[in-house]
Design a binder for this molecule. Sequence first.
Ligand code: KTE
Length: 532
Amino acid sequence: MQRLSVSIIFLFISIMMNMKFAMGNNTTTEYNRPVVHFTPQVGWMNDPNGQWYDNKEELWHLYFQHNPNGTIWGEPLYWGHATSKDLAVWDQHGEAIGPDHNNEGIFSGNIVVDHNNTSGFFNNSIDPDQRVVAIYTYAHANGIQNQEIAYSLDAGYTFTKYKGNPVLNLNSTQFRDPKVFWHEPTSQWIMVVSKSQEYKVEIYGSVNLKNWSLHSNFSSGIYGFQYECPGLIEVPIENSTDSKWVLFLAVNPGSPIGGSFNQYFVGDFDGFNFVADDTQTRIVDVGKDFYAFQTFSDVEDGVVGLAWASNWQYSNFVPTKTWRNSMTLARNYTLREVHTNPETSILTLIQKPIVPASVTSLSTVLKSSFKPSTNNTVSLTANNSTGVFDFTFRFKVTGTSNTTQFKLLILSQGSGSEVETIYAGFDAVAPSWFFNRNMNNEDFDNEFFTDKFSAYTDPIAYDSDNLPIYELYGFVDRNIIELYFNDGALAMTNTFFMTEGKYPHLLELVATNDQPMFEFEQLELRHLSLNH
Ligand code: KTE
């Protein structure tokens, strides 16, 4: 097929010498370690835990499942801890909560701010915005999983376990991952927690975080093997004063594309029962590396959350060295009526990545009213890349032939066969988005690290000639790519692993047809750096 390519070759100007990294982020640009996405300084990481916002210090707290003694999942398992002023530059603070014996684990859970001291743990010397109580699953050596609480008198750095633990015990080996929040209308703490292999989210209530009573349970969606890491939070509807409750639920394994994934349900919660609006299962992120999603507590304006950016199918085997796995970017969450087809629109979770000012643009390429055609070759040269950039496309489809596609190639340094490529793109005939992360990397050949993805979205709008318009925002950070379609109506997160020494270096837009079938209203590419 004749490939008429408009190649906008972006080479980035590297200012590696000027790039400074926070303690907690990437202290070196070591093999495949992302710069902006959170990674543990050392050791193994999975689920995000205990996220909360300290309104007094204006400080974000992230805890995480951490094995500091190795780069695979294993016990003793701790809550690692990091803080950030902006959700991009992180400082790490070692282990916040640890098990009493080396063959045990502090499994997943969350943190609440007990402003009114309902637990009785705090005196007036502790600021109401810093009355931190962690609720987590204790994984005992005999396999029993029960729920414990611990309080902090120093705003979340060190914790004291409640001497009356466990606060909730069913003598079960599959009872974990509490997520607790204060429900103002009924003046009670609510806990959602998973009876994993019964496919149940149990909903409990308490007035003091210590004594819990079962209110109800919720079970829906794709079965898979087990349910984990539930969440329940009120999410605002865009351009409205209304909100709806969203119940999040992790399934592992059981994803339609393999391994672990997050589903969600939109509905109502009265303090005792969650009732979904419909029986359809919705998926939070259609990539393969988005799991154990959790939101931050005590955020006064909006809903902020993030997920573990890996998949239990291969997370223990990915080719990194002193550390394993990252988190996704933190995202803002709202709800919006989105057309899933021409006849129907549904209330859909909207996700937008938080890219703060510390993630700065070193160089920007901005094109507008740009039609891929044979003589429209533009190249921008620079020397090197740090492998961190984002891009925004807004384009319309002006016609179709049987191969109306564009591809966005992301290439490593090198020449000829040395070059390693992943690519995203859009096929206007399908019509669907696609992403391919196959690089034949000998360092990492895992059966479950599947490489082809696709996603359908309706157009985000139509122009005055009724031509369909689509949008794509992408964030690439050395070994992870987050794609957001149609202003956050759909998200696709995937890791990728180039061979040692290689990282995303070039970006090339290629249209694969002999007539201009796309008009890019806007095409912006920014080379990014993380600064402090
Ligand atoms: C891990 O099999 C277990 O051994 C689950 O599949 C992983 O469980 C433990 O990680 C999760 C949570 O349910 C646990 O609290 C946590 C989900 O690290 O990733």
